[in-house]
Ligand binder design. Structure first.
Ligand SMILES: Nc1ncnc2c1ncn2[C@@H]1O[C@H](COP(=O)(O)OP(=O)(O)OP(=O)(O)O)[C@@H](O)[C@H]1O
Length: 328
């Protein structure tokens, strides 16, 4: 166990479980794992089990746990649950502080991947639904500072945070549609992409990197902003992203037609799409995006982060100056 676990006998480990994750399998697997987890974490650790009752509940549970100075808040479920737990570490654009008087170590974020997609787990080479591997990781409690991406939409006063990938236009719309077809497992992302293409038009966008000059980027099909490498249940969309290097990798697809998407689909899973002529890549700390044409058209350009539909352009994507402790 980590040295600070011995120094502080009252360590709360809060497990935020989405019982409906992976079409209900998350709850079954969690129940099987819990007795061994209790045994291995031992008496020094207080295991708090919180089952979510619906969307966004995980945000509230995590926020309260951080305020109360929990040693760790662990998302048990898919990337959607992880995303909500992450967002619980922040409020009003600031990291949540523990209650006055608490002087223990910072709260760490943890993950037991038991969802459909598990894209962050894939980025670290962790197996999804591997009980022993997950227990070992939590018990060992090895922490590493991880980068957090932020999305700001001027119309929406609430900033959103992401660990995997934010994106805009076709990919964001496809993700939004995919969320309605989760019952089909990973196939939901393919269904989402095909449906999204039906009403899709490539758009000229204006972008600004790290506060420099605005430039027009023609015929954007989708732009993906990666803190980590994967989205959509295994698409290696930002293959050079590294969640520890303080940067976001931006991959844009230009002028794609629906048949390009079918023909090139395998390259998105392999991460080799970045070598295609219609794909550009950049490394940034801040990316601002708005429509180049008629501003009313920007209401048609979807924006998402870690699979959550956030709204429409304009949007600002950035890496947070402060990192988060993450259980690796
Ligand atoms: N009790 C609940 N009932 C219904 N929906 C919930 C509940 N708890 C959480 N959710 C929602 O379920 C969404 C998906 O959850 P989660 O990511 O854990 O599982 P998943 O279905 O495996 O999906 P993913 O593809 O993200 O891995 C979350 O974004 C959350 O908003």
């Amino acid at each position: 166990m980590a040295p600070d676990a011995i120094a502080n006998p009252q360590r709360d480990y809060v497990f935020v479980v989405n019982p409906t994750g992976a079409n209900g399998r998350t709850e079954q697997q969690w129940k099987k794992m819990l007795p061994e987890l209790k045994l291995r974490l031992g008496k020094d650790c207080n295991i708090c089990e919180a089952l979510t009752t619906g969307p966004t509940h995980a945000v509230e549970i995590a926020r309260e746990a951080v305020r109360n100075g929990a040693a760790a808040v662990v998302a048990v479920g898919g990337d959607g649950t992880l995303h909500e737990v992450l967002n619980g570490f922040f409020e009003d654009g600031m990291p949540v502080q523990s209650r006055e008087g608490y002087s223990g170590p910072r709260t760490a974020l943890g993950l037991i991947p038991m969802g459909t997609g598990s894209d962050l787990a894939r980025c670290f080479g962790w197996k999804s639904n591997d009980k022993l591997e997950a227990i070992h990781r939590i018990v060992k409690d090895r922490r590493r500072r991880i980068d957090v991406g932020r999305v700001q939409l001027p119309d929406d006063k609430v900033d959103r945070y992401f660990l995997n990938v934010a994106s805009l236009h076709l990919s964001a719309k496809a993700g939004h549609i995919a969320s309605m077809y989760k019952r089909f497992g990973n196939l939901c992302y393919v269904i989402g992409a095909l449906k999204a293409f039906r009403s899709h038009e490539n758009r000229d966008l204006r972008t600004r990197i790290d506060g420099s000059q605005w430039t027009v980027v023609p015929k954007v099909t989708a732009t993906c902003i990666g803190n980590a490498k994967y989205f959509g249940g295994g698409m290696k969309i930002t293959p050079t992203a590294d969640p520890f290097n303080g940067r976001l990798e931006v991959v844009s697809l230009h002028g794609f037609k629906w048949y390009d998407f079918i023909l090139k689909m395998h390259t998105l899973y392999l991460g080799t799409h970045v070598h295609l002529a219609k794909v550009t890549t950049t490394s940034v700390r801040i990316l601002e995006v708005e429509a180049a044409e008629n501003k009313s058209k920007q209401r048609e350009v979807y924006v998402q982060a870690d699979g959550e539909h956030l709204g429409f352009l304009p949007a600002k994507f950035s890496i947070l100056p402060q990192q988060l402790d993450f259980i690796m």
